[in-house]
Design a protein around this ligand. Structure first.
Ligand code: 2AM
Length: 188
């Protein structure tokens, strides 16, 4: 079995900008900069055969390249056990287009459809119970104008997530170009 998800990598300059936000929140587990990514589709544990079907379906995704700008900070799960602090993304129709294509590809490969709405973000930290909501609020205020980019997105990737004691590590297993000419784009 292999634990997979589909996402976008962050270029180094963006990782640097994001990593400068880390620190100063007791109980927060900050993502290491090499883990920053934007999840397009979480897949979970699948066997090798399904992984191959997913790879083949993703390989057929044809979508234009685009640029993205990270914009602002937010959190999921306010007041709950599993809280996540994230950097948001300026709305970009080409990103939504790509995500819809990735979703259909994964469903075509036999996975159940995702029911949750797509909320593009880059996870910065998971917050522990002991992380003070007031301090999170202050950090979000202090960095309310946070922006990174714009940066070019010219590929998306299939990641393997390996769960470890110190958190997950992510490896790129395959990458898929965006914006290239493909036979199926051609007019009949
Ligand atoms: P994230 O996108 O909010 O960071 C690999 O586990 C990635 O897939 C993580 O980045 C994680 O959250 C995202 N993800 C989405 N749904 C998930 C789920 N049900 N379980 C684990 N990770 C999930």
């Amino acid at each position: 079995m292999i634990r997979l998800f589909v996402g976008l990598e962050m270029p180094e300059a963006v990782r640097d900008a994001l990593s400068r936000l880390s620190g100063g929140l007791p109980g927060a587990r900050w993502a290491p900069p090499e883990n920053y990514h934007l999840t397009l589709r979480f897949i979970g544990e699948v066997d090798e055969g399904v992984a191959q079907d997913i790879d083949q379906a993703l390989d057929l995704v044809a979508a234009p390249a685009f640029t993205l700008t990270l914009d602002g900070l937010g959190q999921f799960g306010r007041g709950e056990r599993s809280r996540v602090l994230w950097a948001g993304v300026r709305p970009e129709p080409a990103l939504d287009h790509l995500q819809a294509k990735v979703e259909s590809a994964v469903v075509r490969a036999g996975l159940p459809a995702e029911t949750r709405k797509f909320s593009p973000h880059v996870t910065l930290a998971t917050l522990g119970r002991e992380t003070s909501a007031a301090r999170v609020g202050r950090l979000m205020e202090d960095h309310g104008l946070f922006q990174a980019g714009p940066f070019a997105v010219d590929r998306f990737v299939l990641y393997e997530s390996v769960l470890g004691r110190q958190g997950s590590t992510y490896h790129v297993v395959r990458d898929y170009p965006l914006g290239g000419w493909r036979a199926e784009d051609a007019a009949p």
